[in-house]
Ligand binder design. Structure first.
Ligand SMILES: Nc1nc2c(c(=O)[nH]1)N[C@H]1C(S)=C(S)[C@@H](COP(=O)(O)O)O[C@H]1N2
Ligand SMILES: [Mo]
Length: 325
């Protein structure tokens, strides 16, 4: 069963694109009427990963470096956090695969050492070593709700520092109106960035995202370097990603290499692929259905509970003011 991992309530983002059928390695094989064995080792496809064991994932999670950070009580939630292993086994990271199992395909990805460039319309452009940032910035732990546009959700204790702190160091020029984020481009480490020709897609790699400068300056926007008291697992966007919990999951760009202050709204990955389905703003809002499904409810990947989706994912008090006419 090539879709054995797909549960009934999953609504894949990949369906927004015309080449959807070619997105998934397992689906490609199925579409061609071939089993995995028939194409194993063939030059036609990226090498099929030797299925990774859950045991090796557990070892990886156990081996991640600890990050000490004081819990910020302002961001406590009544919900219990999603178990760490659940959050590390159910991921969208299309550089690696499209079936939520990024953990199986991240072996070659090298998130350390890592440089983060901050530039564009700023008075103080800089390149940071991420581990230096981790040592120098005031890290805190915040428990946030997380809501994917596909209607699944989780609750995660992230470790990071406000994006605003980095923007302050960069000193935006007066013409800066938006912040553009860019993920790495390393086809040798991320198999789906290297798909070409027949299996190529129109995906605009590298993955990009954007916020208005006002959104990026809000205290809720967290540059995140860890979760569950440790550095981020590769599949969750090591070594540094954005967490903006009032927006749909795809805005939470992973493994960032560049942050640019810009004058115009930047093009972004999902907005380029499906502008009518994945808006630039993409705030969580149960009243605004996705063109192909309702956004009234969500499924918690830990408890499996179906619960009502909250306006701005419950963060109206923090960011509601940004959107009042
Ligand atoms: N670079 C990059 N960032 C990304 C994605 C991606 O495919 N590539 N997927 C996004 C989507 S759709 C979601 S739902 C979240 C998933 O984050 P998680 O794996 O920590 O749950 O990451 C977002 N950030
Ligand atoms: Mo998502």
């Amino acid at each position: 069963m090539f879709l054995k991992r797909q549960r009934g309530w999953e609504l894949p983002e990949r369906e927004s694109t015309p080449e959807a059928i070619f997105y998934n390695r397992r689906q490609v094989l199925h579409a061609l009427g071939l089993g995995t064995a028939a194409l194993a080792g063939s030059a036609l496809l990226p090498p099929a990963a030797a299925a990774r064991s859950v045991e090796s994932l557990r070892q990886e999670l156990a081996g991640l470096a600890a990050l000490s950070a004081k819990r910020n009580p302002k961001f406590a939630l009544p919900e219990a956090p999603t178990p760490a292993e659940v959050a590390a086994r159910y991921n969208n990271f299309y550089e690696f695969n499209t079936d939520k199992n990024a953990w199986e395909d991240v072996e070659k990805f090298q998130p350390r050492p890592w440089r983060l460039q901050v530039g564009g319309l700023v008075d103080n452009p800089r390149t940071y070593d991420v581990d230096d940032l981790v040592k120098r910035m005031p890290l805190e732990e915040r428990v946030y709700r997380f809501r994917c546009v596909e209607a699944w959700s989780m609750v995660v204790p992230w470790v990071g520092f406000p994006l605003a702190a980095l923007l302050k160091e960069a000193r935006p020029k007066s013409g800066a109106k938006f912040v553009k984020f860019t993920t790495f481009l390393k086809p040798d480490q991320a198999p789906r960035q290297g798909l070409k020709g027949f299996f190529g897609t129109q995906e605009p790699w590298p993955y990009t995202e954007g916020l208005t400068l006002a959104e990026a300056s809000n205290d809720l926007a967290l540059l995140t370097v860890g979760n569950y008291g440790k550095v981020l697992p590769k599949q969750q966007g090591a070594p540094i990603r954005l967490i903006v919990p009032w927006k749909y999951g795809f805005k939470n760009i992973k493994s960032i290499v560049k942050i640019d202050l810009v004058a115009e709204q930047p093009a972004t990955f999902w907005n380029t692929l499906g502008p009518q389905e994945y808006g630039f703003e993409s705030n969580v809002d149960p009243r605004v259905p996705h063109p192909r499904w309702s956004q009234m409810f969500e499924r918690d990947i830990g408890t499996r509970e179906r619960k009502p989706t909250l306006y701005l994912n419950g963060y109206d008090d923090f960011v509601g003011g940004l959107y009042k006419a």
